[in-house]
Design a protein around this ligand. Structure first.
Ligand code: AMP
Length: 299
């Protein structure tokens, strides 16, 4: 079973209190698709500009991504720059340049429209809707979003929500969307907007899944050192969807296990800048941490 991933394929300039890294490979779809590639062969839908380094395309290839849906357009690649505070939990977006993604309107191939699992990674809600419009009866559709789209594209985002099986967002975004400070109280309000599954990410404190069978509380893998958490949310959802696409059987069970696999994949992402660590690990490293986390969270 395979997975379609659409989102940003970006260049990121990331500043932490300890280092500064300009124009690294980033983007919601890059992080999500590479994370998913440990479990399945994702099809990447995205656009890059003529400033996008060839070596990053080669990195996508090394991870077995299907690149039929990746277009190189004339113009600038999506560029995001952000700065972290000392505690690494608070970050500030310094600049977002949409570049070629602004007018990107992909036409999917017949094979792509029939992929059963769909990950609408964080990007312009109109682009997420455009891709979903073209899908033929997908089995499970998940979307991610962020504060920028809640601020400037709330209406198209609200229109997308009833078409999703699952919405993933972080705690502050959940509060913003539901207009409710308490995250546990925000969740039923988000269900009312459409998705039957809602996942709220709480960074180093794990995540909460809410669905027809109630709540599932998932831990994050405890790390002694966080170098750069950029892309952790995308790696989480990518790992989760990759795992889901690779399994048969009960959706609810697989979703819970998928969240644990996503959580562990995201832990590697935080251990170096951009995709540096995630592109070095092997599946067996994920399996080992899943085993450790399972032990730590059982009683
Ligand atoms: P995360 O840390 O999981 O929130 O994801 C950060 C990644 O999302 C970075 O690699 C950015 O390139 C990308 N990104 C930042 N802002 C946006 C945005 N407004 N839309 C889509 N992707 C974004």
């Amino acid at each position: 079973m395979s997975l379609l991933v659409v989102g940003t394929t970006a260049l990121d300039s990331i500043k932490t209190p300890h280092a500064e890294n300009p124009r690294l490979l980033g983007g919601s779809a890059s992080h999500a698709a590479v994370a998913a590639s440990f479990f399945t062969k994702p099809h990447l839908i995205g656009a890059v500009g003529d400033d996008f380094p060839r070596k990053y395309i080669n990195l996508y290839r090394k991870h077995g991504l299907n690149l039929d849906g990746l277009q190189q357009l004339s113009g600038q690649t999506f560029h995001w720059s952000g700065e972290y505070e000392l505690n690494m939990n608070n970050r500030r977006t310094l600049d977002t340049v949409l570049g070629v993604i602004e007018d990107f309107s992909p036409t999917l191939t017949a094979a792509q429209t029939r992929l059963p699992y769909v990950l609408l990674a964080n990007c312009v809600p109109d682009l997420q809707a455009n891709v979903l419009d073209q899908m033929h009866r997908p089995r499970f559709v998940v979307a991610d979003t962020m504060d920028l789209w809640l601020n400037i594209a709330r209406a198209p985002l609200l229109k997308l929500l009833p078409r999703l099986d699952c919405l993933v967002l972080n705690d502050s975004e959940a509060s913003q969307l539901a207009e409710e400070d308490n995250v546990v109280a925000a969740i039923p309000r988000i269900h009312k907007l459409g998705p039957r599954y809602v996942i709220v990410k709480k960074g180093e404190h794990g995540s909460i899944l809410s669905g027809p069978k109630g709540l599932f509380i998932a831990p994050a893998y405890p790390l002694r050192k966080v170098v750069d958490p950029t892309g952790a949310g995308d790696s989480f959802i990518g790992g989760m969807m990759g795992y889901l696409a690779s399994q048969k059987g009960s959706l609810e069970n697989n979703l819970r296990k998928g969240i644990i696999h996503g959580s562990v994949t995201a832990s590697f992402c935080c251990e170096d800048f951009g995709l540096k660590k995630t592109t070095k690990i092997k599946k067996k490293d994920i399996t080992k941490r899943v085993r450790e986390l399972t032990k730590m969270a059982s009683w």
